[in-house]
Design a protein around this ligand. Structure first.
Ligand code: FAD
Length: 128
């Protein structure tokens, strides 16, 4: 929906299949971005005056494959209290299925997962 709104703006150009290869500058300020068209393999350079970088959408959870349930995006599946599918293992923050990846949410979820871990330990009998 946002893409369609942007398409209707005559001062916005959308580049799809773009793999950024370089942010160019004149030694003092940014003056462009170079990217490869993944579909055609062609290299392009767009002149511009600023760059906003959005990163971090793919969680670094590869190592958990086979141990914890992950979503199709690689997020750790958690319930409302931060429980994973493995009893005694809790998760919080951007790497989980929690909607909206924001600092305040990650911090709150961290507190929630810590309280759930405390609750879990309180209810777990100590081995004699
Ligand atoms: C460019 C950008 C701008 C943002 N702007 C805002 C904003 O304006 N406002 C806002 O609220 N949120 C913003 N966010 C989102 C915010 O940064 C995150 O929601 C928040 O940092 C999530 O906290 P986290 O602790 O879950 O994960 P992170 O802050 O990503 O912390 C995870 C940590 O785990 C480490 N790690 C990863 N893998 C391993 C491993 N295998 N072993 C050990 N350590 C590991 C990482 O190095 C990292 O230090 C922005 C994010 C980005 C990328």
């Amino acid at each position: 929906m946002l893409v369609n709104k942007l398409k209707s703006l005559n001062n916005v150009t959308i580049h799809t299949h773009a793999q950024t290869t370089e942010i160019t500058g004149d030694g003092s300020v940014v003056n462009g971005i170079r990217f490869k068209d993944r579909a055609s393999g062609e290299d392009h350079h767009v002149e511009l005056e600023g760059v906003f970088v959005q990163i971090g959408l793919v969680p670094n959870t590869e190592f958990l494959k086979g141990s914890l349930e992950l979503s199709k995006f690689g997020e750790i599946v958690v319930d409302a209290k931060g429980h994973t599918n493995l009893p005694g293992v809790f998760a919080a923050g951007d790497c989980t299925t929690v909607p909206f990846k924001q600092i305040v949410i990650a911090a709150g979820d961290g507190a929630k997962a810590a309280l759930s871990a405390f609750d879990h330990l309180m209810r777990t009998p100590v081995a004699a």
